[in-house]
Ligand binder design. Structure first.
Ligand code: HEM
Ligand code: HEM
Ligand SMILES: [Fe+2]
Length: 492
């Protein structure tokens, strides 16, 4: 027994060190570990999403074993965690090149990776095997905190904060040791805000309005402020790397986008305060500022497409550039357009908490955040293989990456439209016609438009996961046996 306990960590570490590649620097080796776990969690996310979607059309499915509430929770928490893994990996990926020096505490960074991955594994096992507990403090500490999207029990919260501190130390410490840039300055300040806001979801208040008030500081201020700024930094760096965009240009865009994002996103928080018992002035503040939120997202589309156009879409890595462009459009459509549709209180009165929100949630998280992480997976695999060619004229005309991209995007768009139809029907029947009554709720749930939409969502969900399987296959094979070196870019 003892020998198993002492040998196990070494065994686990050896699984990950097998991912090392002589072509990568220290930060990039660590990034590849993060990306690998992210991909596994992405797959788990979709698997549990599918189980939940099946339960919408066949409610008895797995009942008593793996209830809808558990599947839904694993689905959305796996999403948050894999996206964070992807972000941390992306920053570690460019940290050494951007700072011009080695990472300040690479060993510590590696330890933090294993600690975090161990904690995530335990949390998921508890979700699946124990599932629920009594309404006591012990449940909050050891099973589930009960806050949608950030359900990790409190012991894990402290672990997450500790790991984030190590990450922050590495980012700030490395730039301090090497050189600063516009991108790294914005990134470092943003990480302080990102980690700080997580603490707003860690304390427990018995007043549900007060509790939700703070919970939104994590949920909204992450996705509509700090995560947006983070992807702004990541995109700026990748445009320089992929198409040779000029630093001066990408940084100017970055400053404008960040100013607009914080200008609208922070007070835009008010669009979650309409109906939870907060004062009435949030109607005007939330309505006004959140309606401005699409503006920086338009700027990001213009920025990426314009830059790529100037360079005639010549890139070192076609799949990565395609996913970066998918990111800017997905961000604009999912967050900007789909968010704008229901952000005015006059409309949100009818749409609040319907499948309309789920429609927006899917397109926004996928469009804004899954896409840019996938772009980084492609950049990573290119260098991992020895900085090989990944432009046009790939074997088989690059059918795998193109089909993976098509299936994933068609799948998510299809689910989005199905959910939008269901949400429209709910707003109309349950809210407008039946005045939000109990019987109105059931009329809406039993309406054919709702029922059919749930079937369509399942079908498009299957298409999405097929796309992911193909994507993983492509990531494991692309560039294998390639002898041509990557395209050399001259700074235009
Ligand atoms: C990438 C950025 C964004 C992501 C990932 C995102 C994601 C989400 C998600 C998952 C929800 C559901 C939350 C819940 O469980 O209650 C939500 C709600 C909402 N989002 Fe976004 N969102 C983003 C940006 C935006 C923007 C820019 C706007 C406005 C222009 C917006 C407007 C709203 C509104 C009004 C709600 C509340 C829906 C309701 O009342 O049920 N979102 N968002
Ligand atoms: C195989 C594909 C997928 C299926 C079948 C699926 C299914 C589901 C289901 C059944 C729910 C619960 C909805 C409810 O409570 O009414 C859900 C929620 C959610 N899913 Fe997915 N999903 C899939 C892919 C994705 C992807 C790719 C993302 C984003 C990257 C995502 C993000 C979310 C979010 C943010 C929520 C919470 C929405 C809200 O509370 O408004 N899902 N999903
Ligand atoms: Fe929001």
């Amino acid at each position: 027994m003892n020998s198993i306990v002492t040998a196990l960590p070494g065994k686990i570490a050896s699984v990950f060190t097998r991912l090392d590649s002589p072509y990568l620097n220290g930060g990039q080796q660590l990034a590849v570990k993060y990306f690998s776990v992210a991909t596994v969690l992405f797959f788990a996310q979709l698997l549990f999403g599918l189980l939940a979607a099946i339960q919408f059309v066949a409610p008895g499915f797995l009942f008593g074993w793996l209830d809808f509430s558990v599947n839904r929770m694993v689905h959305i928490n796996a999403m948050v965690v894999w996206l964070l893994y992807g972000f941390i990996g992306s920053v570690y990926w460019f940290l050494e090149e951007e700072s011009g020096t080695e990472i300040a505490g690479l060993k510590l960074g590696n330890i933090a990776f294993y600690v975090l991955t161990g904690a995530v594994t335990i949390v998921v096992l508890v979700y699946l095997l124990i599932q629920t507990g009594p309404g006591k403090d012990s449940t909050i500490w050891f099973i589930n905190e009960g806050r949608e999207y950030i359900e990790a029990p409190r012991w894990a919260d402290f672990g997450i904060v500790a790991v984030m501190l190590v990450f922050f130390y590495n980012v700030a410490g490395t730039f301090m040791k090497g050189r600063w840039s516009g991108i790294s300055g914005v990134l470092t300040l943003d990480l302080i805000a990102l980690a700080g806001l997580y603490c707003a979801g860690m304390f427990y208040l018995t007043n549900i309005t007060a509790d939700q008030f703070w919970w939104w500081w994590v949920i909204h201020l992450w996705v509509e402020a700090t995560w947006e700024v983070l992807v702004g930094c990541i995109m700026a760096w990748s445009l320089m790397h992929l198409i040779g965009a000029r630093r001066k240009i990408v940084q100017t865009w970055l400053y404008i986008e960040v100013a607009l994002m914080f200008g609208s996103g922070i007070l835009g928080l008010g669009h979650h305060y309409f109906w939870i018992g907060t004062p009435d002035y949030w109607f005007s503040i939330g309505g006004f500022f959140s309606a401005l939120e699409p503006i920086p997202l338009v700027a990001m589309v213009v920025h990426s497409v314009y830059d790529a156009g100037v360079h005639q879409f010549k890139s070192r890595n076609h799949p990565a550039l395609a996913w970066i462009i998918a990111h800017t459009f997905g961000n604009f459509l999912g967050a900007g357009v789909w968010g704008f549709m229901h952000t005015l209180p006059q409309i949100n009165l009818y749409t609040h908490g319907t499948q309309w929100s789920a429609s927006h949630g899917h397109l926004a998280f996928f469009g804004a955040y899954a896409t840019i992480n996938i772009a980084f997976f492609y950049m990573a695999v290119q260098k991992w293989r020895g900085n090989v060619w990944m432009g046009g004229e790939l074997p088989g005309n690059g059918w795998k990456w193109k089909w993976a991209m098509a299936l994933l995007n068609i799948g998510v768009l299809g689910m989005t439209v199905a959910l939008l139809i269901a949400g429209y029907e709910q707003s109309f029947i349950e809210r407008a016609v039946e005045g939000s009554t109990w019987s109105g709720y059931f009329s809406a749930q039993n309406h054919p438009w709702f029922q059919q939409a749930m079937h369509w969502r399942l079908l498009f969900g299957l298409i999405t996961i097929a796309g992911l399987v193909l994507l993983i296959w492509d990531l494991m094979t692309i560039g294998k046996g390639e002898t041509r070196p990557a395209l050399q870019l001259s700074e235009a």
